[in-house]
Design a protein around this ligand. Structure first.
Ligand code: NAP
Length: 262
């Protein structure tokens, strides 16, 4: 994605994958700073572990407790998270959804859910969270509550309670890993709870269409997979590093081409 954006703009920059062992994390960050890198992206499993190694965090990274983008500037190492803003921008661009006055049902309470719930709850909307491990959903809701316009509501995974909340929800978002290759025959929500009024987003991008998304599409629901979030979190990272918006279309094409050849 980044390489195609550099090429489109004839920007003299490179973006490379770097494999780091956990015991070398601090040396890797300091090394990148010493070598004059503009910044880094950080992914699983280091999104939380990098935090003590940084000199500052943006307010979003602070609330979410996770960093996917680092900026080296004026001898400082600033951590930021672009997952939530990337998610929202993709949702607005692809499905035309803005959060105000909507009810969202978020399936899952892991790292991605934290970023998405924080982003949504900054606006005047109601977020419901359900998760296999209920305590994790409660911890997420409690952590987000101080910055939320409306406190997220935790929903037990009991069928009638899920049915009631699903019926009230305008947008359903899967943030669990259920539906990826190893669990491709499973849905994070009983399919019979969907109706054609729902808008359904699955942040999984490989496979491009999970069982949840296929079922929703077949019912006639507008659907969106995880490609948009992946592109827009990268766009937001670029904006954080350079203060300009990269050519988004070139990034979508590069990512879709890469996923198609997997
Ligand atoms: P994570 O922190 O490990 O969270 C995983 C979530 O999935 C938890 O809520 C977990 O529930 C749930 N889960 C896992 N296996 C399950 C099962 N068998 N049954 C029910 N629930 C299950 O992972 P993450 O970083 O949030 O990532 C989650 C997914 O989002 C992954 O598929 C990842 O690829 C995708 N993602 C996409 C983007 C994008 O840009 N499109 C960005 C980030 C992540 P428990 O709490 O009960 O374990």
């Amino acid at each position: 994605m980044h390489t195609s954006a550099f090429q489109a703009l004839e920007k003299a920059a490179v973006y490379v994958p770097l494999l780091v062992q956990e015991q070398d994390l601090a040396k890797a960050i300091q090394g990148a700073q010493a070598l004059g890198f503009t910044g880094l992206n950080v992914t699983v499993p280091f999104k939380e572990k990098v935090i003590p190694l940084l000199t500052g965090l943006t307010s979003d990274a602070q609330v979410v407790g996770s960093v996917n983008t680092i900026l080296f500037k004026d001898n400082k190492i600033i951590g930021h998270t672009t997952d939530g803003a990337g998610f929202q921008q993709a949702m607005e661009m692809e499905l035309g959804i803005s959060p105000e006055h909507k009810n969202f049902l978020v399936l899952g309470a892991g790292g991605a859910a934290r970023a998405i719930v924080h982003q949504l709850a900054k606006q005047d909307c109601q977020v419901f969270i359900t998760n296999r491990t209920l305590q994790r959903a409660t911890t997420l809701a409690t952590g987000i509550a101080p910055t939320a316009v409306r406190k997220p509501i935790v929903v037990e995974q009991e069928f009638s309670r899920l049915a009631e909340v699903t019926k009230k929800s305008h947008v359903i978002i899967n943030t669990t890993s259920l539906g990826m290759e190893a669990t491709k025959d499973q849905s994070p929500l009983p399919i019979e709870l969907l109706n054609k009024e729902h808008q359904v987003i699955d942040i999984i991008y490989n496979p491009a269409e999970t069982l949840l998304l296929r079922s929703a599409r077949e019912l006639g629901c507008p659907v969106q997979n995880g490609v948009g979030m992946l592109v827009w979190q990268a766009v937001k990272a670029w904006e954080f590093w350079w203060g300009v918006t990269p050519p988004v279309q070139a990034m979508y094409e590069a990512l879709n081409n890469s996923l198609a050849t997997r």
